[in-house]
Design a protein around this ligand. Sequence first.
Ligand code: FAD
Ligand code: SIN
Length: 525
Amino acid sequence: MTRKFDFLVIGSGIAGISFALKAAQHGKVALLCKTTLNESNTSYAQGGIASVMYEPDSFEKHIEDTVIAGDGHCNLEVVEKVIKEAPSQIEELLRWGIDFDKNEQGLFDLHREGGHSEHRILHHKDNTGYEIQQSLIHQVKAHPEIEVFEHHFAIEILTQHHLGEWITHHTSGIECYGAYVLNQRTNNIHTFLSKVTLMATGGIGSVYSTSTNPDIATGDGIAMVHRARGTIKDMEFVQFHPTALYHPGERPTFLITEAIRGYGAVLRTQNGKEFMQKYDERASLAPRDIVARAIDNEMKTRGHDFVYLDVTKKDAEETKIHFPNIYKKCLEYGIDITKDYIPVSPTQHYLCGGILVDTNARSSINRLYAAGECSCSGLHGANRLASNSLIEGIVYADAAVKDAIKHIAKISINESIPDWNDEGTSLPEEMVLITQSFREVEQIMSTYVGIVRSNLRLKRAINRLEILYRETEHLFEKSVVSREICELRNVISIAYLIIKQALARKESRGLHYTVDYPERMKNEI
Ligand code: FAD
Ligand code: SIN
Protein backbone atom coordinates (compact mmCIF):
# COMPACT_ATOMS: atom_id res chain seq x y z
CA MET A 1 0.00 0.00 0.00
CA THR A 2 1.18 3.52 -0.75
CA ARG A 3 0.46 6.44 1.58
CA LYS A 4 1.04 10.10 0.65
CA PHE A 5 1.79 12.98 3.00
CA ASP A 6 3.26 16.46 2.83
CA PHE A 7 5.56 15.69 5.76
CA LEU A 8 6.89 12.32 6.87
CA VAL A 9 8.37 12.32 10.38
CA ILE A 10 10.39 9.27 11.38
CA GLY A 11 10.61 9.30 15.17
CA SER A 12 8.39 10.67 17.90
CA GLY A 13 10.69 12.03 20.60
CA ILE A 14 11.06 15.75 21.28
CA ALA A 15 12.50 16.44 17.82
CA GLY A 16 9.91 14.47 15.82
CA ILE A 17 6.82 15.55 17.75
CA SER A 18 7.72 19.23 17.99
CA PHE A 19 8.38 19.22 14.22
CA ALA A 20 5.06 17.44 13.57
CA LEU A 21 3.08 19.92 15.67
CA LYS A 22 4.50 22.89 13.78
CA ALA A 23 4.50 21.29 10.30
CA ALA A 24 0.84 20.31 10.74
CA GLN A 25 -0.07 23.97 10.36
CA HIS A 26 1.14 23.70 6.76
CA GLY A 27 0.07 20.27 5.55
CA LYS A 28 -0.68 16.64 6.34
CA VAL A 29 1.83 14.87 8.59
CA ALA A 30 2.62 11.18 9.13
CA LEU A 31 4.36 10.58 12.48
CA LEU A 32 6.06 7.17 12.79
CA CYS A 33 7.51 5.38 15.76
CA LYS A 34 8.74 1.84 15.96
CA THR A 35 7.02 0.94 19.22
CA THR A 36 4.68 3.30 21.05
CA LEU A 37 4.62 7.07 21.39
CA ASN A 38 5.77 6.67 25.00
CA GLU A 39 9.05 4.92 24.26
CA SER A 40 11.88 7.27 23.31
CA ASN A 41 15.09 8.61 24.80
CA THR A 42 13.14 11.79 25.45
CA SER A 43 10.90 9.94 27.93
CA TYR A 44 13.93 8.92 30.00
CA ALA A 45 15.53 12.35 30.31
CA GLN A 46 16.00 13.26 33.95
CA GLY A 47 18.06 16.38 34.61
CA GLY A 48 16.22 18.80 32.37
CA ILE A 49 16.58 21.30 29.56
CA ALA A 50 19.18 24.06 29.49
CA SER A 51 18.23 27.65 28.77
CA VAL A 52 19.41 31.02 30.00
CA MET A 53 16.55 32.36 32.12
CA TYR A 54 17.65 34.95 34.66
CA GLU A 55 20.63 37.10 35.59
CA PRO A 56 23.45 36.63 36.53
CA ASP A 57 23.29 34.00 33.74
CA SER A 58 23.82 35.20 30.18
CA PHE A 59 23.97 33.81 26.64
CA GLU A 60 27.72 34.47 26.70
CA LYS A 61 28.19 32.20 29.73
CA HIS A 62 26.09 29.37 28.29
CA ILE A 63 27.95 29.69 24.96
CA GLU A 64 31.30 29.58 26.75
CA ASP A 65 30.34 26.51 28.82
CA THR A 66 29.12 24.68 25.70
CA VAL A 67 32.30 25.45 23.77
CA ILE A 68 34.56 24.46 26.67
CA ALA A 69 32.74 21.13 27.08
CA GLY A 70 32.90 20.58 23.28
CA ASP A 71 36.72 20.70 23.51
CA GLY A 72 37.36 23.01 20.58
CA HIS A 73 35.19 21.08 18.13
CA CYS A 74 31.87 23.02 18.31
CA ASN A 75 30.50 25.10 15.45
CA LEU A 76 30.26 28.53 17.07
CA GLU A 77 27.49 29.75 14.75
CA VAL A 78 25.39 26.76 15.79
CA VAL A 79 26.16 27.18 19.50
CA GLU A 80 25.02 30.81 19.32
CA LYS A 81 21.90 29.88 17.37
CA VAL A 82 20.74 27.17 19.78
CA ILE A 83 21.49 29.10 22.96
CA LYS A 84 19.92 32.35 21.77
CA GLU A 85 16.80 30.59 20.44
CA ALA A 86 16.41 28.42 23.56
CA PRO A 87 14.23 30.82 25.62
CA SER A 88 11.62 31.17 22.84
CA GLN A 89 11.48 27.39 22.42
CA ILE A 90 11.00 27.03 26.19
CA GLU A 91 8.00 29.37 25.77
CA GLU A 92 6.69 26.97 23.12
CA LEU A 93 7.04 24.03 25.54
CA LEU A 94 5.15 25.99 28.19
CA ARG A 95 2.36 26.70 25.69
CA TRP A 96 2.18 22.95 25.03
CA GLY A 97 1.52 22.45 28.74
CA ILE A 98 4.89 21.33 30.08
CA ASP A 99 5.10 21.96 33.79
CA PHE A 100 8.61 22.98 34.87
CA ASP A 101 9.16 23.23 38.65
CA LYS A 102 9.02 26.68 40.22
CA ASN A 103 10.34 27.98 43.54
CA GLU A 104 8.45 29.82 46.28
CA GLN A 105 8.93 33.16 44.49
CA GLY A 106 7.18 31.77 41.41
CA LEU A 107 10.42 31.69 39.40
CA PHE A 108 11.66 28.56 37.62
CA ASP A 109 13.69 26.38 39.98
CA LEU A 110 16.90 26.02 37.99
CA HIS A 111 19.33 23.15 38.52
CA ARG A 112 23.04 23.14 37.75
CA GLU A 113 24.92 20.24 36.13
CA GLY A 114 28.52 19.37 35.24
CA GLY A 115 30.26 21.92 33.00
CA HIS A 116 27.63 24.64 33.64
CA SER A 117 28.88 27.81 35.32
CA GLU A 118 25.33 28.83 36.34
CA HIS A 119 22.02 27.32 37.40
CA ARG A 120 20.11 27.10 34.10
CA ILE A 121 18.45 23.67 33.90
CA LEU A 122 14.66 23.79 33.81
CA HIS A 123 13.25 20.55 35.11
CA HIS A 124 10.20 18.69 36.27
CA LYS A 125 11.39 16.96 39.45
CA ASP A 126 13.86 14.29 38.22
CA ASN A 127 11.70 13.06 35.34
CA THR A 128 11.67 16.02 32.98
CA GLY A 129 11.68 13.89 29.83
CA TYR A 130 8.59 11.96 30.81
CA GLU A 131 6.74 15.21 31.51
CA ILE A 132 7.79 16.60 28.11
CA GLN A 133 6.93 13.41 26.21
CA GLN A 134 3.48 13.08 27.82
CA SER A 135 2.57 16.72 27.15
CA LEU A 136 3.70 16.45 23.52
CA ILE A 137 1.74 13.22 23.04
CA HIS A 138 -1.35 14.97 24.40
CA GLN A 139 -0.93 17.73 21.78
CA VAL A 140 -0.31 15.29 18.93
CA LYS A 141 -3.34 13.16 19.69
CA ALA A 142 -5.55 16.23 19.53
CA HIS A 143 -4.23 17.39 16.15
CA PRO A 144 -6.42 16.59 13.12
CA GLU A 145 -3.59 16.98 10.58
CA ILE A 146 -1.24 14.47 12.24
CA GLU A 147 -1.69 10.76 11.62
CA VAL A 148 0.24 8.67 14.12
CA PHE A 149 1.64 5.28 13.11
CA GLU A 150 2.79 3.31 16.16
CA HIS A 151 4.66 0.01 15.65
CA HIS A 152 5.72 1.21 12.20
CA PHE A 153 9.40 0.59 11.52
CA ALA A 154 11.14 2.64 8.80
CA ILE A 155 13.41 0.31 6.83
CA GLU A 156 14.96 2.51 4.14
CA ILE A 157 14.58 6.04 2.87
CA LEU A 158 13.53 6.26 -0.78
CA THR A 159 15.92 7.88 -3.22
CA GLN A 160 16.79 7.71 -6.95
CA HIS A 161 18.34 4.35 -6.11
CA HIS A 162 14.79 2.91 -5.87
CA LEU A 163 14.06 4.21 -9.37
CA GLY A 164 16.94 2.13 -10.67
CA GLU A 165 19.38 5.02 -10.85
CA TRP A 166 22.85 4.17 -9.59
CA ILE A 167 24.11 6.56 -6.92
CA THR A 168 27.86 6.72 -6.44
CA HIS A 169 29.52 7.77 -3.24
CA HIS A 170 30.19 11.26 -4.54
CA THR A 171 26.84 11.98 -6.11
CA SER A 172 25.33 15.25 -5.04
CA GLY A 173 21.68 15.85 -5.79
CA ILE A 174 20.37 12.75 -4.02
CA GLU A 175 16.69 13.25 -3.20
CA CYS A 176 14.51 11.68 -0.53
CA TYR A 177 10.96 10.72 -1.60
CA GLY A 178 9.84 9.10 1.66
CA ALA A 179 10.48 5.67 3.17
CA TYR A 180 9.64 1.98 3.06
CA VAL A 181 7.94 1.18 6.35
CA LEU A 182 7.17 -2.14 8.01
CA ASN A 183 3.84 -2.33 9.81
CA GLN A 184 4.87 -4.68 12.61
CA ARG A 185 1.27 -5.65 13.37
CA THR A 186 0.47 -6.94 9.86
CA ASN A 187 4.05 -7.54 8.61
CA ASN A 188 3.19 -5.57 5.45
CA ILE A 189 5.67 -3.13 3.99
CA HIS A 190 4.12 0.19 2.95
CA THR A 191 5.52 2.92 0.76
CA PHE A 192 5.23 6.28 2.53
CA LEU A 193 5.68 9.08 -0.03
CA SER A 194 6.30 12.61 1.14
CA LYS A 195 7.35 16.02 -0.08
CA VAL A 196 9.63 16.46 2.92
CA THR A 197 10.99 13.90 5.40
CA LEU A 198 12.40 14.52 8.90
CA MET A 199 14.74 11.94 10.41
CA ALA A 200 14.37 12.05 14.21
CA THR A 201 15.22 8.50 15.23
CA GLY A 202 17.25 9.30 18.36
CA GLY A 203 20.23 7.46 19.83
CA ILE A 204 22.44 4.42 19.43
CA GLY A 205 22.68 2.95 22.96
CA SER A 206 21.88 -0.59 21.81
CA VAL A 207 25.24 -0.77 20.09
CA TYR A 208 26.78 -1.19 23.58
CA SER A 209 26.17 -3.85 26.26
CA THR A 210 25.13 -1.25 28.80
CA SER A 211 23.37 2.01 28.09
CA THR A 212 20.94 4.44 29.67
CA ASN A 213 19.00 4.34 26.38
CA PRO A 214 15.97 2.10 25.87
CA ASP A 215 16.32 -0.87 23.48
CA ILE A 216 14.81 1.06 20.57
CA ALA A 217 18.01 3.14 20.32
CA THR A 218 19.59 1.24 17.41
CA GLY A 219 20.71 4.20 15.31
CA ASP A 220 18.28 3.36 12.48
CA GLY A 221 18.09 6.85 11.01
CA ILE A 222 21.86 7.27 10.81
CA ALA A 223 22.24 3.82 9.26
CA MET A 224 19.49 4.50 6.69
CA VAL A 225 21.05 7.80 5.68
CA HIS A 226 24.50 6.22 5.49
CA ARG A 227 23.15 3.51 3.16
CA ALA A 228 21.53 6.25 1.05
CA ARG A 229 24.98 7.91 0.74
CA GLY A 230 24.19 10.85 3.04
CA THR A 231 26.98 12.45 5.09
CA ILE A 232 27.56 11.14 8.63
CA LYS A 233 29.96 12.98 10.93
CA ASP A 234 31.60 12.88 14.39
CA MET A 235 30.60 9.31 15.20
CA GLU A 236 33.71 8.79 17.32
CA PHE A 237 32.25 11.08 20.00
CA VAL A 238 30.18 8.62 22.02
CA GLN A 239 29.22 10.01 25.42
CA PHE A 240 29.38 7.81 28.51
CA HIS A 241 27.38 9.14 31.45
CA PRO A 242 29.59 9.01 34.56
CA THR A 243 26.91 7.99 37.04
CA ALA A 244 24.58 5.20 36.03
CA LEU A 245 23.33 3.05 38.90
CA TYR A 246 25.55 -0.03 39.18
CA HIS A 247 23.14 -2.92 38.92
CA PRO A 248 24.55 -5.59 36.57
CA GLY A 249 22.10 -7.05 34.08
CA GLU A 250 19.67 -4.15 34.16
CA ARG A 251 18.86 -2.69 30.74
CA PRO A 252 18.47 0.22 30.25
CA THR A 253 20.78 1.18 33.07
CA PHE A 254 19.08 3.54 35.51
CA LEU A 255 20.58 7.01 35.43
CA ILE A 256 21.53 8.99 38.52
CA THR A 257 21.16 12.50 37.17
CA GLU A 258 24.13 14.82 37.05
CA ALA A 259 21.88 17.40 38.70
CA ILE A 260 22.44 15.51 41.94
CA ARG A 261 26.12 16.50 41.76
CA GLY A 262 25.02 20.08 41.00
CA TYR A 263 22.95 19.80 44.18
CA GLY A 264 25.99 18.73 46.21
CA ALA A 265 26.62 14.99 45.82
CA VAL A 266 30.28 13.95 45.54
CA LEU A 267 32.06 10.98 44.04
CA ARG A 268 34.05 8.64 46.29
CA THR A 269 36.11 5.50 45.80
CA GLN A 270 34.91 2.29 47.44
CA ASN A 271 37.20 3.25 50.37
CA GLY A 272 35.16 6.42 50.85
CA LYS A 273 37.82 8.88 49.51
CA GLU A 274 36.90 11.79 47.23
CA PHE A 275 39.00 11.62 44.06
CA MET A 276 37.78 14.10 41.46
CA GLN A 277 40.06 16.93 42.71
CA LYS A 278 43.02 14.87 41.42
CA TYR A 279 41.65 15.11 37.88
CA ASP A 280 40.05 18.54 37.55
CA GLU A 281 39.67 21.68 39.66
CA ARG A 282 35.89 21.58 39.00
CA ALA A 283 35.95 18.19 40.81
CA SER A 284 32.59 16.37 40.65
CA LEU A 285 31.18 19.14 38.45
CA ALA A 286 33.75 18.84 35.66
CA PRO A 287 32.35 18.06 32.16
CA ARG A 288 31.19 14.51 31.57
CA ASP A 289 34.11 13.22 29.49
CA ILE A 290 36.55 14.16 32.26
CA VAL A 291 34.44 12.68 35.08
CA ALA A 292 33.72 9.44 33.17
CA ARG A 293 37.43 8.95 32.35
CA ALA A 294 38.41 9.68 35.95
CA ILE A 295 35.93 7.09 37.26
CA ASP A 296 37.08 4.59 34.61
CA ASN A 297 40.68 5.12 35.71
CA GLU A 298 39.86 4.73 39.42
CA MET A 299 37.90 1.55 38.73
CA LYS A 300 40.63 0.05 36.53
CA THR A 301 43.55 0.87 38.81
CA ARG A 302 41.72 -0.40 41.91
CA GLY A 303 40.09 -3.38 40.16
CA HIS A 304 36.65 -2.15 41.23
CA ASP A 305 33.39 -2.41 39.27
CA PHE A 306 31.92 0.84 40.60
CA VAL A 307 32.56 3.98 42.64
CA TYR A 308 30.19 5.71 45.03
CA LEU A 309 28.08 8.81 44.74
CA ASP A 310 27.44 10.37 48.15
CA VAL A 311 24.46 12.66 48.73
CA THR A 312 24.08 11.75 52.41
CA LYS A 313 25.46 15.09 53.62
CA LYS A 314 22.47 16.96 52.18
CA ASP A 315 19.17 17.47 53.95
CA ALA A 316 17.23 14.22 53.58
CA GLU A 317 13.78 15.76 53.07
CA GLU A 318 15.09 18.19 50.47
CA THR A 319 16.81 15.35 48.61
CA LYS A 320 13.55 13.40 48.49
CA ILE A 321 11.67 16.45 47.15
CA HIS A 322 14.22 17.16 44.40
CA PHE A 323 14.92 13.57 43.35
CA PRO A 324 11.82 11.53 44.19
CA ASN A 325 12.23 8.96 41.40
CA ILE A 326 15.88 8.31 42.11
CA TYR A 327 15.07 7.97 45.80
CA LYS A 328 12.26 5.49 45.03
CA LYS A 329 14.22 3.47 42.48
CA CYS A 330 17.29 3.10 44.73
CA LEU A 331 15.10 2.13 47.66
CA GLU A 332 13.78 -0.79 45.55
CA TYR A 333 17.39 -2.06 45.53
CA GLY A 334 17.80 -1.52 49.28
CA ILE A 335 19.72 1.76 48.94
CA ASP A 336 18.37 4.70 50.93
CA ILE A 337 20.18 7.57 49.20
CA THR A 338 19.68 9.86 52.19
CA LYS A 339 21.77 7.44 54.30
CA ASP A 340 23.70 5.14 51.91
CA TYR A 341 26.25 5.80 49.21
CA ILE A 342 24.98 5.01 45.68
CA PRO A 343 27.12 2.57 43.62
CA VAL A 344 27.62 4.05 40.12
CA SER A 345 29.67 3.39 37.00
CA PRO A 346 29.94 5.04 33.55
CA THR A 347 27.56 3.80 30.86
CA GLN A 348 26.94 4.66 27.21
CA HIS A 349 24.47 7.53 27.15
CA TYR A 350 24.52 9.77 24.07
CA LEU A 351 25.97 10.18 20.58
CA CYS A 352 27.31 13.61 19.63
CA GLY A 353 27.72 12.73 15.94
CA GLY A 354 25.23 11.59 13.35
CA ILE A 355 23.57 12.86 10.17
CA LEU A 356 25.35 16.08 9.23
CA VAL A 357 22.94 19.01 9.06
CA ASP A 358 23.30 22.71 8.28
CA THR A 359 21.75 25.48 10.38
CA ASN A 360 18.42 24.89 8.60
CA ALA A 361 18.52 21.22 9.71
CA ARG A 362 19.03 20.15 6.09
CA SER A 363 20.98 16.93 5.60
CA SER A 364 23.21 16.36 2.56
CA ILE A 365 20.22 14.65 0.89
CA ASN A 366 17.64 16.98 -0.67
CA ARG A 367 14.17 16.99 0.94
CA LEU A 368 15.61 15.19 3.99
CA TYR A 369 16.00 17.03 7.28
CA ALA A 370 17.36 15.62 10.54
CA ALA A 371 17.00 16.81 14.14
CA GLY A 372 17.70 15.59 17.65
CA GLU A 373 20.14 12.92 18.70
CA CYS A 374 20.43 11.26 15.26
CA SER A 375 21.78 14.50 13.80
CA CYS A 376 25.13 16.23 13.98
CA SER A 377 24.57 19.98 14.01
CA GLY A 378 27.93 20.97 15.47
CA LEU A 379 26.42 22.14 18.78
CA HIS A 380 28.04 19.50 20.96
CA GLY A 381 31.43 19.29 19.30
CA ALA A 382 33.53 16.56 20.89
CA ASN A 383 31.49 16.35 24.09
CA ARG A 384 27.93 17.43 24.84
CA LEU A 385 27.28 19.75 27.75
CA ALA A 386 24.63 18.24 30.04
CA SER A 387 21.00 19.08 29.21
CA ASN A 388 21.92 20.63 25.86
CA SER A 389 20.28 17.89 23.78
CA LEU A 390 16.58 18.33 24.48
CA ILE A 391 16.99 22.01 23.64
CA GLU A 392 18.93 21.21 20.45
CA GLY A 393 16.15 18.83 19.38
CA ILE A 394 13.41 21.43 19.64
CA VAL A 395 15.47 24.29 18.16
CA TYR A 396 16.47 22.21 15.12
CA ALA A 397 12.96 20.82 14.61
CA ASP A 398 11.84 24.43 14.48
CA ALA A 399 14.57 25.32 11.97
CA ALA A 400 13.56 22.37 9.80
CA VAL A 401 9.89 23.41 9.68
CA LYS A 402 10.78 27.03 8.89
CA ASP A 403 13.01 25.95 6.00
CA ALA A 404 10.69 23.23 4.67
CA ILE A 405 7.64 25.47 4.41
CA LYS A 406 9.61 27.90 2.24
CA HIS A 407 10.12 25.19 -0.38
CA ILE A 408 7.27 22.72 -0.05
CA ALA A 409 4.94 24.41 -2.55
CA LYS A 410 7.49 23.71 -5.30
CA ILE A 411 7.93 20.04 -4.39
CA SER A 412 5.74 17.29 -5.81
CA ILE A 413 5.36 13.74 -4.56
CA ASN A 414 7.30 11.22 -6.64
CA GLU A 415 4.71 8.64 -7.69
CA SER A 416 7.12 6.36 -9.59
CA ILE A 417 8.57 4.54 -6.57
CA PRO A 418 7.89 0.79 -6.88
CA ASP A 419 6.53 -1.31 -4.03
CA TRP A 420 9.03 -3.14 -1.80
CA ASN A 421 10.28 -6.25 -3.58
CA ASP A 422 10.61 -9.32 -1.37
CA GLU A 423 10.87 -11.88 -4.15
CA GLY A 424 13.04 -14.87 -3.29
CA THR A 425 13.03 -14.25 0.48
CA SER A 426 11.80 -16.55 3.21
CA LEU A 427 11.45 -16.46 7.00
CA PRO A 428 14.87 -16.72 8.68
CA GLU A 429 15.35 -20.33 9.77
CA GLU A 430 17.07 -19.46 13.00
CA MET A 431 16.21 -16.33 14.90
CA VAL A 432 19.06 -17.14 17.28
CA LEU A 433 21.53 -16.15 14.53
CA ILE A 434 20.20 -12.61 14.69
CA THR A 435 20.07 -12.32 18.48
CA GLN A 436 23.53 -13.84 18.87
CA SER A 437 25.06 -11.50 16.29
CA PHE A 438 23.44 -8.57 18.08
CA ARG A 439 25.07 -9.62 21.38
CA GLU A 440 28.41 -9.94 19.57
CA VAL A 441 28.19 -6.36 18.27
CA GLU A 442 27.46 -5.10 21.80
CA GLN A 443 30.40 -7.06 23.17
CA ILE A 444 32.82 -5.86 20.49
CA MET A 445 31.85 -2.25 21.10
CA SER A 446 31.91 -2.44 24.90
CA THR A 447 35.23 -4.29 24.96
CA TYR A 448 37.19 -2.43 22.29
CA VAL A 449 35.44 0.89 21.61
CA GLY A 450 34.72 2.28 25.08
CA ILE A 451 35.97 5.26 27.08
CA VAL A 452 39.67 4.59 26.43
CA ARG A 453 40.68 3.43 22.95
CA SER A 454 43.79 2.31 21.07
CA ASN A 455 44.61 1.52 17.45
CA LEU A 456 45.02 -2.13 18.33
CA ARG A 457 41.60 -2.38 19.97
CA LEU A 458 39.86 -0.43 17.20
CA LYS A 459 41.43 -2.58 14.49
CA ARG A 460 40.49 -5.75 16.31
CA ALA A 461 36.94 -4.42 16.61
CA ILE A 462 36.65 -3.65 12.90
CA ASN A 463 38.02 -7.07 11.92
CA ARG A 464 35.46 -8.85 14.13
CA LEU A 465 32.70 -6.61 12.83
CA GLU A 466 33.59 -7.35 9.20
CA ILE A 467 32.64 -11.01 9.70
CA LEU A 468 29.29 -10.08 11.26
CA TYR A 469 28.65 -7.61 8.43
CA ARG A 470 29.15 -10.25 5.73
CA GLU A 471 27.02 -12.85 7.51
CA THR A 472 24.22 -10.36 8.17
CA GLU A 473 24.08 -8.95 4.62
CA HIS A 474 23.81 -12.52 3.33
CA LEU A 475 21.02 -13.27 5.80
CA PHE A 476 19.21 -10.01 4.94
CA GLU A 477 19.21 -10.76 1.20
CA LYS A 478 17.40 -14.04 1.63
CA SER A 479 15.16 -13.21 4.63
CA VAL A 480 11.70 -11.76 4.81
CA VAL A 481 12.17 -8.33 6.36
CA SER A 482 11.71 -8.16 10.11
CA ARG A 483 12.45 -5.41 12.61
CA GLU A 484 15.10 -7.66 14.20
CA ILE A 485 17.17 -8.20 11.05
CA CYS A 486 16.91 -4.51 10.12
CA GLU A 487 18.06 -3.42 13.58
CA LEU A 488 20.98 -5.84 13.43
CA ARG A 489 22.06 -4.37 10.08
CA ASN A 490 21.71 -0.91 11.55
CA VAL A 491 23.76 -1.53 14.69
CA ILE A 492 26.50 -3.06 12.54
CA SER A 493 26.53 0.09 10.37
CA ILE A 494 26.65 2.32 13.45
CA ALA A 495 29.47 0.30 15.02
CA TYR A 496 31.37 0.46 11.72
CA LEU A 497 30.94 4.25 11.48
CA ILE A 498 32.07 4.79 15.09
CA ILE A 499 35.18 2.64 14.66
CA LYS A 500 36.09 4.00 11.22
CA GLN A 501 35.78 7.62 12.33
CA ALA A 502 37.62 6.86 15.60
CA LEU A 503 40.50 5.33 13.63
CA ALA A 504 40.65 8.41 11.42
CA ARG A 505 41.09 10.80 14.38
CA LYS A 506 44.79 10.85 15.19
CA GLU A 507 44.46 12.75 18.48
CA SER A 508 42.53 12.65 21.75
CA ARG A 509 39.72 15.18 21.97
CA GLY A 510 36.63 15.35 24.15
CA LEU A 511 34.97 11.96 24.27
CA HIS A 512 37.50 10.33 21.95
CA TYR A 513 40.52 9.32 24.02
CA THR A 514 43.16 7.04 22.54
CA VAL A 515 46.39 5.91 24.21
CA ASP A 516 48.15 6.07 20.81
CA TYR A 517 47.55 9.82 20.40
CA PRO A 518 46.97 11.14 23.94
CA GLU A 519 47.43 14.81 22.95
CA ARG A 520 44.91 17.12 21.36
CA MET A 521 45.93 18.66 18.03
CA LYS A 522 45.52 22.36 17.20
CA ASN A 523 42.25 23.90 18.31
CA GLU A 524 39.53 23.73 15.68
CA ILE A 525 37.69 26.94 16.52
P1 FAD B 1 14.16 10.08 20.85
O1 FAD B 1 13.49 10.79 21.94
O2 FAD B 1 15.06 8.98 21.20
O3 FAD B 1 13.03 9.48 19.89
C1 FAD B 1 13.40 8.58 18.86
C2 FAD B 1 12.14 8.14 18.15
O4 FAD B 1 12.50 7.51 16.92
C3 FAD B 1 11.28 7.13 18.90
O5 FAD B 1 9.94 7.52 18.76
C4 FAD B 1 11.50 5.82 18.12
O6 FAD B 1 10.41 4.94 18.14
C5 FAD B 1 11.71 6.36 16.73
N1 FAD B 1 12.43 5.47 15.83
C6 FAD B 1 13.71 5.06 15.90
N2 FAD B 1 14.01 4.26 14.86
C7 FAD B 1 12.88 4.16 14.12
C8 FAD B 1 12.54 3.47 12.94
N3 FAD B 1 13.42 2.70 12.28
N4 FAD B 1 11.28 3.58 12.47
C9 FAD B 1 10.36 4.33 13.12
N5 FAD B 1 10.63 5.01 14.24
C10 FAD B 1 11.87 4.93 14.72
N6 FAD B 1 19.08 15.29 27.44
C11 FAD B 1 18.90 16.50 27.99
O7 FAD B 1 18.98 17.52 27.31
N7 FAD B 1 18.61 16.58 29.32
C12 FAD B 1 18.51 15.50 30.13
O8 FAD B 1 18.23 15.63 31.32
C13 FAD B 1 18.71 14.23 29.56
N8 FAD B 1 18.66 13.12 30.32
C14 FAD B 1 18.74 11.90 29.73
C15 FAD B 1 18.56 10.76 30.50
C16 FAD B 1 18.54 9.52 29.90
C17 FAD B 1 18.35 8.30 30.75
C18 FAD B 1 18.71 9.41 28.50
C19 FAD B 1 18.67 8.08 27.82
C20 FAD B 1 18.93 10.55 27.73
C21 FAD B 1 18.94 11.79 28.33
N9 FAD B 1 19.15 12.95 27.59
C22 FAD B 1 18.98 14.16 28.18
C23 FAD B 1 19.34 12.89 26.14
C24 FAD B 1 18.01 13.19 25.46
O9 FAD B 1 16.96 12.60 26.20
C25 FAD B 1 17.96 12.67 24.04
O10 FAD B 1 19.11 13.02 23.35
C26 FAD B 1 16.76 13.26 23.30
O11 FAD B 1 15.59 13.03 24.04
C27 FAD B 1 16.63 12.64 21.93
O12 FAD B 1 15.42 13.06 21.37
P2 FAD B 1 15.09 12.67 19.88
O13 FAD B 1 13.77 13.30 19.56
O14 FAD B 1 16.22 12.95 19.00
O15 FAD B 1 14.94 11.06 19.90
C1 SIN C 1 21.40 13.86 33.55
O1 SIN C 1 20.35 14.17 34.08
O2 SIN C 1 22.47 13.68 34.15
C2 SIN C 1 21.41 13.69 32.09
C3 SIN C 1 21.46 15.01 31.47
C4 SIN C 1 21.85 14.88 30.04
O3 SIN C 1 22.16 13.80 29.56
O4 SIN C 1 21.84 15.92 29.38
